[in-house]
Design a protein around this ligand. Structure first.
Ligand code: FES
Length: 271
């Protein structure tokens, strides 16, 4: 990896079109949207989406792009509602993303057109985690069986490129029978009755959110550990910005870099 792969927007745009458009991506724990009307919005690798549990209890993942002028319909990270009203001009959608209404001055001509509905993405739930895909034909990743009872989620914003966070998690724990790494954004660690799922959410090329989902234990106990991850990743980002390459040559890191190189190779080099 080159320094600019960790510090520049160009690499992030390449990753949006390659890494993040062709694989199943985690969005959240299913329990984070446990009740009808619960929603959670995120920008994952440059794709703006939101998950919602509809009135029938079905979990959906939709593109967060209004059919009027393509602006974000959902402007808050999470909450509960009965419908989604776009804050720009008032187009309104139900919990399944179907167009409901719009103010007369900006109303579409054909109110029955299915083109007015928000785009539903392929989504599935695996071991209590919600995944979505923009185009993968592969099966969703399995996570080594059921996880213990959900204990909660810690959300941590880190000032680093998402790849720094992945490298830190993989280098820190190394390959073992207790660590499952699921390209590109998920690591599952098990220790006895406890399972920790680290979910990386690449918001921008220098801003990453880490969801630490705790299964089989109390979430508060993990706050100090997550603080250390944030501290370490921000230091590593400073190192990468200064030109220091990733020092780890562990098997998981090597595999991560190999898959990245393969994804980058899907796009012709700029001339
Ligand atoms: S962009 Fe959503 S209502 Fe205009």
């Amino acid at each position: 990896m080159k320094t600019e792969d960790y510090t520049g927007g160009d690499a992030f745009q390449t990753e949006k079109r390659t890494v993040f458009s062709g694989d199943w991506l985690p969005l959240c724990a299913e329990a984070q949207i446990g009740r009808p009307g619960d929603f959670l919005a995120a920008s994952v690798g440059g794709w703006s989406v939101f998950g919602v549990r509809d009135g029938e209890g079905v979990v959906r993942v939709l593109r967060n792009a209004c059919r009027h002028q393509n602006m974000q319909v959902v402007g808050t990270p999470s909450g509960n509602c009965q419908s989604f009203r776009c804050r720009f001009h008032g187009w309104t959608y139900d919990l399944q993303g179907r167009f409901l209404s719009a103010p007369a001055p900006v109303a579409p001509k054909d109110l029955q057109s299915t083109d007015l509905h928000l785009a539903n993405l392929a989504c599935t739930t695996v071991s209590g985690l919600v995944f979505f895909s923009l185009g993968s034909s592969a099966a969703a990743p399995e996570l080594g069986g059921d996880l213990p009872a959900y204990g909660g989620t810690l959300a941590t914003d880190i000032g680093c490129n998402w790849k720094v966070c992945v490298e830190h998690l993989l280098a820190e724990h190394g390959p073992s029978s207790d660590l499952l790494w699921r390209w590109p954004l998920l690591a599952v660690r098990r220790a006895g009755a406890l399972a920790i799922v680290e979910q990386i959410v690449p918001h921008t090329f220098l801003r990453t959110r880490l969801f630490t989902h705790v299964f089989g234990g109390a979430v508060e106990e993990h706050t100090p550990a997550v603080g250390l991850i944030k501290q370490a990743c921000e230091q590593l980002q400073a190192d990468r910005t200064a030109g220091t390459a990733c020092a780890s040559d562990g098997a998981l890191i090597v595999d991560f870099h190999r898959r990245l190189a393969s994804a980058y190779a899907q796009e012709p080099a700029a001339t």
